[in-house]
Design a protein around this ligand. Sequence first.
Ligand code: GLN
Length: 534
Amino acid sequence: MAEVKYVFVTGGVTSSLGKGIVSSSLAKLLQARGYSVTIQKLDPYINVDPGTLNPYEHGECYVTNDGAETDLDLGHYERFLNVPTSQANNVTTGRIYQSVINKERKGDYLGKTVQIIPHITDEIKRRIKLVGSGGKYDIVITEIGGTVGDIESLPYIESVRQLRWEHGPQNCIVIHLTLVPYLSASGELKTKPTQHSVKMLLEEGIQPDILVLRTEKSLNEELKKKVALFCNVEAGAVVESIDVSTIYDVPIKMQEEMLDSTVLRKLGLPPGHDPMLDEWKKFLHRLKNPLHRVKIALVGKYVELADAYKSISESFVHAGSANNTAVDLDYIHSEEIDESNYRDKLKGYDGILIAPGFGSRGIDGKILTAHYARTNDIPFLGICLGMQCAVIEFARNVLKLEGAHSTEINPKTKFPVIDLMEEQKSITDKGGTMRLGSYKCELMHGSESYKCYRKEEISERHRHRYEFNNKYLNDFRNAGMIPCGINPQSGLVEIVEIPSHKWFVGVQFHPEYSSTVLKPHPLFVGFVKACIRK
Ligand code: GLN
């Protein structure tokens, strides 16, 4: 069996340069040339996983099939590659230290002083190699979070240096992503930050093989040559990454810049067949040439940071393209919606989505939103907390259960239509203790969901503690809110619908985590279609 090859992606100058997108694009191109590729993200923070991070801090928490709460970049990996990721694809400093300290407590280090080098770096290397073991992949791309020069990322960079030394530069290459700022006053593109950033990498023992330069203006050959000379890389290995209108253009741009063939050459691998990107290009064509346009309101409480709803907004890009439709997504803060203004705020939308969330802030605005969508026959999709709000609204206004609520918000409610799951009641820890990952769901024939999925059994990802309270099942069914998706093992309600409504679907799971470019999520496709029909 051929040895697995490793590609490391580091970043310099500033954060938010799009390392995740460049890594995903490279992976896509290598995959399209016939290689089997996966991507891993190493995050330098001390949290064991991002599950306990506020979405304002770090954007959305992405959940994998196996129930790992991970960095949102894993969402990009899946959306680009159409291959599921797992716990092993995201490692944080907290997790690394946790395993080293656990080993130390067990006495595994036999009386040795436990240190960053070699114990922490060994654990980092073990995690990197773990992804490549098992013979599934030809190439593992590992993205190092943070910016070169940060104290936090030092052990990661040192581990990369060691791996390169151990496996040889033909099996381990480093791509460094930097920014070339444009100074409008002098009309110049500046390469000095790149030179400094590469110098910093060199101080830490790494000579990058390839440089990817983020820029708003096209770089000329002369500039690329200058960077190559000063940074000691091959002239052909300086790649431009220019701003584009959609992230899904990046693989096409990276191919034009021959990033994929340069990587393969450096790894000593044959180029394979030309990248097969027909489906991808068709997707882009539909995306850029829409025949329809819909306006959808996304009501949530983390709306200030678009990254907090990344998977949802990307799902709309996929579903929009599938429907030849441009989806204009307006983010509306649920805290700003009240009795006096909800009609005005929600007027004129072709569809309404209530986002997932935790805690009581903004909950009343969400319940009013569900009320508006239901009573005005506006296509509606409620995700997780969004579905729970629709259930609460229906209980209060149709079943006339005054004060009905979720016990998450009001533990003393007389009508706990959403309640804590039995197995959650004894748990006090916050991290990693929710109902997480994929669970099965059986769909009811004839329901909107069934029409979307066109199959009886589906499997979708979860991240929640509270559930539809089955004590009220018959009341809801008799009044017209139908449980259309049920977990076959536990009997838990996964989907509710109102058949008398144009399109009203609430889901306890998170469809947004599994929408990809090549497989837009059926519920989002169905929802956008319903919005056009209006
Ligand atoms: N807070 C709710 C629960 O824990 C919903 C969670 C969510 O929307 N992901 O059940």
